[in-house]
Design a protein around this ligand. Structure first.
Ligand code: NDP
Length: 241
């Protein structure tokens, strides 16, 4: 039977690649994007398999209703992919509370609310999977990435506990830790860390890695998406990419 996926940030980068990989596997994807119209091409290309949902994951109050809407239309959510994210590069000394809170909203509070919203249905069916797009920065940190890594470490810590809580219920969890991939991620972050030691080096190296892929890393989100589906089916976590 085909699976029903809910993918956040489905219009770009990994979200788009995961959507296409799930479609290729014969599944149905509800693609969540915060900007209406950004999934029109995917919906037009796969009208029976891709549906668009407008969802800003930082709008916590809208999450329960969005999930209820998906459940009303499809009866279930088999796979939740908490993928939406953005970067932030800056010296901790310069980062504001607002910088930190807004990043926690996207990478921690939004995903947590989505997990809470999908779990009752998964628990009832005793099956389902939750994919958390973390980062290499969820395992280690570098100058300039205190805020970003802080959120991804938090996401990983929560998910390790979640795995122990839901595995006995037949629900899988997968933490994905990409290195540097060619997406729009490094283009959309703010950079406030001019005072960082070797700031140009840190940001420049990261941008170069993202632009070109890095060594034996795929760099290509489409290849990563295929590996994510494999790891999900094999129940192997975390997945380093
Ligand atoms: P992209 O910038 O290509 O995609 C990010 C997606 O998240 C976009 O669809 C964006 O929407 C969406 N998004 C951002 N904020 C919100 C929000 N508040 N509500 C809903 N959607 C939102 O980057 P990636 O594909 O690279 O990023 C996906 C995930 O992968 C992120 O969690 C990121 O941290 C992680 N990652 C990426 C790495 C890389 O090298 N690319 C490395 C490690 C981890 P919009 O288009 O409207 O901005």
């Amino acid at each position: 039977m085909s699976r029903v996926w809910l993918v956040t940030g489905a219009n770009s980068g990994f979200g788009r690649a995961i959507t296409l990989a799930a479609v290729a596997a014969g599944d149905v994807v509800v693609g969540a994007a915060r900007r209406a119209g950004t999934l029109d091409d995917l919906v037009a290309a796969h009208p029976d398999q891709v549906e668009a949902l407008v969802l800003d994951v930082t709008d916590i109050a809208s999450i329960d209703a969005a999930v209820r809407d998906v459940l009303a239309r499809h009866g279930r959510i088999d796979v939740l992919v908490n993928n939406a994210g953005r970067t932030h590069v800056g010296a901790m000394e310069e980062d504001t509370d607002g910088d930190l809170r807004s990043l926690f909203d996207v990478h921690v509070f939004g995903p947590a609310a989505l997990v809470r919203a999908v779990l009752p249905g998964m628990r009832e069916r005793r099956s389902g999977a939750i994919v958390q797009m973390s980062s290499m920065g969820g395992q280690m940190s570098f100058a300039g990435f205190s805020a970003y890594s802080g959120t991804k470490f938090a996401l990983e810590g929560m998910t390790e506990a979640l795995r122990d809580e839901v595995a006995p219920l037949g629900i899988r969890t997968l933490i994905v830790e990409p290195g540097a991939f060619r997406t729009s991620l490094m283009g959309n972050g703010t950079a406030s860390g001019a005072e960082l030691p070797d700031y140009e080096g840190t940001v420049g190296t990261t941008r170069k890695m993202v632009a070109g892929g890095d060594g034996d890393q795929p760099g290509d989100p489409a290849k990563a998406a295929a590996l994510i589906i494999e790891a999900l089916d094999a129940d192997e976590t975390p997945l380093h990419l």
